[in-house]
Design a protein around this ligand. Structure first.
Ligand code: SF4
Length: 312
């Protein structure tokens, strides 16, 4: 999946193992870690760990990255098991859970399934403490996955452009604007034919707008280059353009890392190995560090909620 302890406190892996699904997987960090430390099994063997469902530390609020060593929405993970994972998240409102996938279609299908077979759907979804995100390593994957993310019920959505393999223009993505009924959280109304917008409209959601315009938007964008052996470079102009799209739309932007290659401090057009400069995580002299999911957790009266398991 991804390397990046800057943006989460703890990883939680109820599933391990994965298979490549797109260009961003070529130098998979999870596979590299697996091969380094867990040589007894193949990384490509997807393993469910039901015993880990109860292993959530409850001492203090944390940002928990779900399945840093896999993809929760891998085809080999049954919907019933994914449902158990979301049930754990629902019962732990102290924590903020971050779920990142390259399998946006299966994530959408899972929520369709949940909606159909869970009669108490509207009581729980979308979960206040869960961020759902997709990886968009290039324009093709952005075009494919972001519209699916926007159709998926979620309180908060984010896009991870990492490893950034080419320029990604979020304002070019066509998507179907979907009316959201805030009362019953029905996210599946069919869009009218004239409601095809570009993502500029998605990004252009300002505070307060959600109550006036029923837009579903992207709440956060992460950008990063690739690290490790064989890493592909990220051009500075690609990162700058993505930053500027976010700035123009008031969407938080997090610059995670340059990766293995960084621009030479004297000449932007020359990329050099990262250990040869002191540029660190700066983009045009600035560290873009804001993480919107680090805001204080809202108090939730757990005793007033039925558990997800109870209503099934
Ligand atoms: S989806 Fe993520 S975990 Fe799976 S192979 Fe690709 S990068 Fe690795």
């Amino acid at each position: 999946m991804t390397n990046g302890s800057q943006w989460w406190d703890q990883s939680w892996n109820p599933v391990t193992g994965c298979t490549m699904v797109s260009e961003g997987c070529a130098n998979c960090y999870a596979k590299a870690m697996h091969e380094r430390f867990m040589q007894s099994t193949m990384f490509e063997k997807v393993v469910l760990h039901p015993e880990r469902l109860s292993k959530i530390d409850k001492t203090k609020p944390k940002v928990i990255f779900v399945d840093s060593m896999s993809d929760l929405f891998h085809e080999a993970v049954p919907f019933e098991f994914i449902s158990e994972v979301f049930s754990v998240m629902q019962r732990n409102p102290l924590h903020t859970f971050v779920v990142l996938t390259k399998r946006a279609k299966r994530m959408f299908e899972y929520f369709m399934w949940e909606r159909e077979f869970n009669p108490e759907w509207k009581l729980f979804y979308p979960l206040e403490n869960v961020w759902l995100g997709v990886t968009a390593e290039n324009q093709e994957r952005a075009n494919e996955r972001i519209p699916l993310l926007l159709k998926t019920p979620a309180k908060y959505r984010f896009v991870s452009v990492e490893p950034m393999l080419e320029s990604v223009d979020l304002t070019k993505i066509k998507w179907a604007r979907i009316a959201v009924d805030k009362t019953n959280y029905d996210f599946f109304g069919a869009p009218a034919p004239d409601e095809i917008w570009s993502l500029r409209n998605v990004l252009d959601r300002r505070p307060g707008d959600e109550y006036n315009r029923p837009l579903i938007g992207v709440d956060f964008v992460i950008c990063g280059g690739e690290s490790g052996p064989g890493a592909r470079l990220m051009r500075p102009e690609w990162a700058r353009a993505l930053r500027d799209q976010c700035l123009q739309s008031d969407v938080p932007f997090f610059f995670k890392q340059w990766g293995a290659w960084v621009p030479d401090m004297l000449n932007d057009y020359v990329m050099v190995r990262s250990h040869m400069t002191g540029i660190g995580r700066k983009l045009d002299g600035v560290e873009w560090n804001y993480l919107p999911w680090r805001k204080p957790a809202k108090p939730v009266l757990v005793e007033n909620q039925l558990s997800f398991a109870e209503v099934k």
